[in-house]
Design a protein around this ligand. Structure first.
Ligand code: SF4
Length: 506
């Protein structure tokens, strides 16, 4: 079952990438939070630990609580994982302790299981044919039943994560006599929900996506050299992790596909015949990096810019300047400015180094709130009617502070435009979007939110506009947090934990 972040010393860290709310002793980002980034590489002649390190470094935005790398050197597995950012968890000497020809890496933000090092990944589990190391992005919806099933079989579960359950299910199948491939496929049929997996074994690397491909997973190839005529493959949550190590994007792992990478190359298996793509639309709008490619050959920057253009058509306003909320609102703000003909300006400067601290701010700093992270440019804003564009509103607390800061800096009108529809439902597939009663759009109308955050006007992009801007089949996306139409059935007892009963104002 998805669990809220535990409030302990580690979870008081600030998000490295987004604005935050300061309330009491915790500082919690006012945005949905991505669950994890996964990475795998099979390259016998390379320093795979270093490649994994840089891959995880590029995927840091997907999870900032813990990081881990497991490498395989014949039958031996070397593992290092800890709480913290990738740069805090690893250094040169630790990476030297991780030799091998294959690596699996993970950055984590907990959606199932608490924020403790034991729950950090990769999960390494012993089996009849050796150890396996598994990195998971997503969330199972049948965690409770799978856990009960494994406990009945006397599995010695060590953690509270759903990811470890998948690893134990594979080990259990292998222990019954199957090989790695057969064992993984049997175990995958016991899993329901969202899972993009990278799995290391002593003989090869696997990449797997659930039948709906909710979370992304891509395949890359390292360039050939005279000494390496055999292709060396990389798996990663996003293409930005390929770019950083000089790997070329080959293709996505397809929904319901398992790729098996060994010294014989890459083999593909469709492990289920019920695959139907339902890629998380929020990956496109906000989670993934704007320089990642997710729709054919297009960067997400281009998609987000198109969202802004569509928003300008749907919700025009007379104003002097268009601003974006750094960083995630900027591509849509540029698109809005382009389509409206109103100049784009930088009116909020982000302090990129305030991101993570264990030190609580003073009371007077708390009262100044948002300015710790975003500082308005008074000379740009004074006397201006501004449109501030953001990608989403979750609880609305940060939006209120941004609007107040813009008015205090001298803006005469503040209009807010959101490049996605109102978030009315929680996610059960690996994103922490709060319980439904904490989502401002689940309990308030747009007019009420407008008054709450103190803007002159507020408008969201339509659901149709958001999907049309993908220029792909709208049915190939999950957009359940905007509609409540969940593509993978969620068991009632799991649903009840996050949903309020039809109080939502849609
Ligand atoms: S419910 Fe929302 S955040 Fe979750 S997978 Fe679907 S679109 Fe993505």
């Amino acid at each position: 079952m998805p669990a809220r972040r535990q409030v302990d010393s580690l979870s008081t860290e600030l998000s490295a990438s987004e604005p935050f709310e300061i309330t009491g002793d915790i500082q919690r980002p006012d945005k949905p939070e991505e669950a994890c980034g996964v990475f795998g590489v099979y390259a016998p002649d390379e320093n795979v630990a270093k490649l994994a390190y840089f891959g995880l470094f590029a995927l840091q935005h997907r999870g900032q609580e813990s990081a881990g790398i497991a490498t395989f050197e014949a039958d031996e597995v070397h593992l290092h994982k800890d709480m913290g950012l990738v740069t805090q968890v690893f250094n040169e000497s630790i990476l030297l302790e991780l030799p091998g020809c294959l690596a699996v890496g993970h950055t984590r933000y907990s959606t199932t299981g608490s924020s403790r090092v034991v729950n950090a990944q990769p999960a390494v589990v012993p089996a009849r044919l050796g150890k396996l190391a598994l990195a998971h992005n997503g969330n199972l919806v049948n965690t409770i039943s799978l856990r009960e099933e494994l406990l009945r079989s006397h599995c010695n579960l060590l953690t509270t994560t759903d990811s470890e359950l998948i690893a134990f299910a594979i080990a259990q199948e292998v222990n019954q006599g199957k090989d790695w491939l057969e064992g993984a496929i049997s175990a995958l049929h016991r899993c329901e929900g969202a899972f993009s997996l990278v799995i290391g074994t002593p003989v090869g690397l696997m990449g797997v996506r659930d039948p709906n491909g909710i979370r992304p997973l891509v395949i890359g190839v390292l360039p050939k050299t005279p000494l390496t005529p055999v292709p060396r493959y990389v798996l990663a949550s996003e293409t930005c992790a390929l770019d950083i190590i000089g790997a070329d994007y080959l293709r996505d792992v397809e929904p319901g596909e398992l790729v098996w990478i060994t010294n014989e190359g890459l083999a593909s298996f469709h492990w289920t015949n019920r695959s139907e793509r339902k890629l998380c639309i929020f990956e496109l709008i906000y989670f993934a990096r704007p320089d990642s490619v997710m729709l054919e050959s297009e960067s997400l920057y281009s998609y987000r810019r198109r969202l802004g253009e569509q928003l300008a058509v749907e919700a025009p306003v007379i104003a002097d300047l268009i601003l974006g909320v750094p960083d995630s609102g900027i591509p849509a703000a540029i698109g809005y400015a382009h389509a409206s003909g109103i100049p784009y300006a930088e009116g909020l400067i982000k302090n990129r180094y305030v991101g993570r601290t264990f030190i609580q701010p003073t009371q007077s700093m708390r009262e100044s709130g948002i300015r710790m992270k975003l500082n308005p440019l008074k000379d740009v804003l004074v006397g201006k009617r501004v449109v501030i564009v953001d990608d989403s509103i979750v609880r609305g607390t940060t939006s209120y502070k941004i609007v107040k800061a813009l008015r205090d800096a001298g803006a005469t009108e503040v209009h807010m435009r959101i490049s996605s529809p109102p978030v009315t439902h929680p996610c059960f597939y690996g994103i922490d979007t709060d319980n439904q009663d904490q989502l401002v759009a689940a309990t308030m109308s747009v007019a009420e939110i407008r008054d709450q955050i103190g803007v002159d006007t507020l408008a969201y992009l339509s659901w149709k506009g958001m999907l049309n801007a993908t220029q792909e089949d709208p049915l190939s996306f999950c957009s359940a947090c905007f509609t409540g139409d969940y593509p993978i059935p969620v068991p009632e007892r799991v649903k009840r934990s996050k949903l309020i009963l039809e109080k939502a104002v849609l």
